[in-house]
Design a protein around this ligand. Sequence first.
Ligand SMILES: [Zn+2]
Ligand SMILES: [Zn+2]
Length: 278
Amino acid sequence: MPGQLEIYIRLGLFGGVLLVMATWEFLGPRRKLSAAKGPRWASNLTLVALNTIVSRVIMPITAVAAAIYCESHSWGLLHLVNWPVWLEVMMGVVVLDFAIYLQHVLFHAVPVLWRLHLVHHADLDIDVTTGLRFHTFEILLSALLKLAVVVILGPSALTVVIFEVLLNATSMFNHSNVVLPSWLDRILRCFVVTPDMHRVHHSVIRRETNSNYGFNLPWWDFLLGTYRDQPIEGHEGMTIGLSHLREEQQVDRLPGMLKLPFDRSSGTDPENRYSDGK
Ligand SMILES: [Zn+2]
Ligand SMILES: [Zn+2]
């Protein structure tokens, strides 16, 4: 059954990438973690499970099901052209990735959206589980946006599955606390967001937080002027998280994480949310 096969492929790749990156982090960590790893991991991974269940229950249709519906009704821009399958898949993945980049910029710029997205940024450390840690409401909004893009663009179901699996895997990869030789980072960074590149985005320094928005392809940051090469204080010296939210119970335990968007101390203005003013 294609539906079940899709779930097995997703779960298998999710578990595989998580295991590989977690082992890599254990063998060669880039930074010393500052918060207790056990409770952090338990909270981040429970949030993933909660998000998966809530999305399945609340969302009326998945992006893949929407793509199948659009295919059968010839909806979407890609149905106006007659390109080879590989080109349509590539175009679909690139456009979906650009939409996710724009969504990420929007979640930093609009105060009410920032309140949801700060749950991702409030993590006191950055490792493979940070790449999966998003507030449930952000996941639902993101799913709605993806549905809209699928309906407008009309990519095949295969394209949507490839994109979602790729985004999930690259998000785990680029949040990982791993060491890559700098020459390899340089080469990889031309095609995919690397851990060193995305770590800059998790700095407490505002101009660094508001850079490197890409999750998968790095090109949008290069092209749109939001790219920052390295953190000013270096990867070992930089502080991860948000400067005004440093309490483990509040930012790295599930109940606190879920309440964070509604907490007065979280702040609403993405431009003035740091006391250091940098
Ligand atoms: Zn962000
Ligand atoms: Zn991130």
